[in-house]
Design a protein around this ligand. Sequence first.
Ligand code: HEC
Ligand code: HEC
Length: 231
Amino acid sequence: MNSKIRLPLLLGISVFVVAASAADKQLVVHMHEHYGLVTAIQKAVIAGNLEATKAPARQLVERPAPPGLEGNWQPFDDAMRAAAQKALDATSLEKAAEATAELGNSCANCHVEYGVEDQFEKQAKPSFDDGAAAHMQRHMWAADRMWEGLIAPSRKIWKKGANQLVETALKPHEIHPNANRNVARMERLVHGIAASATRKKDGEGRVYSYGQLLATCAACHQELGMSPSTD
Ligand code: HEC
Ligand code: HEC
């Protein structure tokens, strides 16, 4: 009895799923919770808020096993928990950024094992207005698509995000009144990481790029003493 149902995800995106049984539905709910937790970590890292990564990381470490899953799920579930533990133990935003990228890839590895694909819906394009706020919203849009591409895993979605992030860096005075040389360097770095991210074809390469990217978003927000809303 296959029926196509549509469930809202915790963070406002929605996905299609073919649900065959109650056990499958439970698994889908479990997956949506996974997604909500890892994305809470991703958003906290970007905002430069290390403290806010801890509760969702702990929940991921302590989660029950995925319900109703047959086959070789255990090593993949263990790897996901290990990455969550690394996020929980992280004492710097840089380490948390690295662990977050590893977490996303640990989801992807199990999705490959089970042939899961197309979990994420296409999203509307961001605003192309001038100014720092719109520029940042494009950063966020790109970082979110890369996140989906990492987790799915999908080369197409990953590339879409990375391509969007390849744009001209803002000049210091355009970024913030207190932008110093270090801030200007980080803005250029974001766009440089994006350029090399477009060429990453496997999980390992994406983990490297994504960890560096999140660490740079976090470092600049921290340097400017701000914790922007990343919802
Ligand atoms: C142990 C294996 C495994 C791990 C680890 C895993 N997943 Fe999944 N995931 C699956 C399977 C299997 C499905 C397909 C479920 C279905 O459609 O019945 C799935 C489906 C999904 C879906 C789509 C659900 C839907 O509506 O169809 C999302 C979103 C998802 N996973 C997110 C994640 C995230 C985020 C992580 C990492 C924190 C993760 N998963 C880790 C096995 C895994
Ligand atoms: C060079 C420093 C710098 C870097 C690097 C940086 N940001 Fe920002 N971010 C800012 C500043 C400054 C603002 C405030 C912009 C404003 O509203 O004028 C901001 C604000 C934001 C906002 C809130 C935007 C709004 O609508 O209020 C988001 C979301 C955001 N950044 C995401 C990111 C992401 C994602 C990255 C990494 C891909 C990133 N930022 C990298 C400096 C930076």
